[in-house]
Design a protein around this ligand. Structure first.
Ligand code: HEC
Length: 156
């Protein structure tokens, strides 16, 4: 143990002599300088490490804004028409074929039905403004043309 300590001491001394003999008298100043240096390195590591971790962690992108038509549909229509279906009258769904068959495959026709309602489908004229009705009609028509593939629950 003593031998080890002495050899460490000798190593440090020789290092002191080598590097600082000409400039700093005695080992004390050098020791203080070394302590300051070590403290500086340690504290810089404390700041650098989290900074590096932050760089490596991918920053999540903000979610894309959901278009108005999709938002209106989710809030007002999805309860009965989820994924382009119709939970009340199955064949009157929002597929391209059904809309064509019942002559609902135009913005104007969808807007009229959404505004006035029809049978079991409620009227939305009092709750949605014309821009919202236009947007949801466009959303339904576009979705039907692409078979509701971009919808979270596709037509079955
Ligand atoms: C309470 C359930 C319900 C809600 C909510 C609802 N619908 Fe309907 N929807 C129906 C029913 C029932 C029909 C069939 C009406 C009929 O012709 O008798 C229908 C039919 C339709 C049709 C025609 C489908 C076809 O194949 O002919 C469209 C288009 C439509 N709805 C769009 C919408 C939109 C857009 C909304 C939201 C603004 C909406 N619906 C909200 C029940 C609903």
């Amino acid at each position: 143990m003593q031998i080890l300590l002495r050899s460490v001491q000798r190593f440090v001394q020789s290092f002191n002599n080598l590097a600082w003999n000409n400039r700093v008298r005695g080992g004390r100043t050098f020791l203080v300088l070394r302590i300051i240096l070590i403290v500086l390195i340690m504290s810089s590591l404390m700041f650098v490490t989290p900074a590096l971790a932050a760089i490596e962690t991918p920053v999540p992108l903000p979610p894309l804004p959901v278009p108005l038509g999709e938002r209106i549909f989710t809030a007002n229509c999805a309860a009965c028409h989820i994924g382009g279906n119709n939970i009340i009258i199955a064949e009157k769904n929002l597929s391209k074929d059904a809309l064509a068959k019942y002559e609902m495959n135009s913005i104007a026709a969808i807007k009229t039905q959404v505004t006035l309602g029809k049978n079991a489908m409620p009227a939305f004229g009092d709750n949605l403004n014309s821009a919202e009705i236009e947007a949801v009609a466009r959303y339904v028509l576009t979705q039907s043309q692409q078979d509701w593939k971009r919808s979270s629950v596709g037509l079955q």
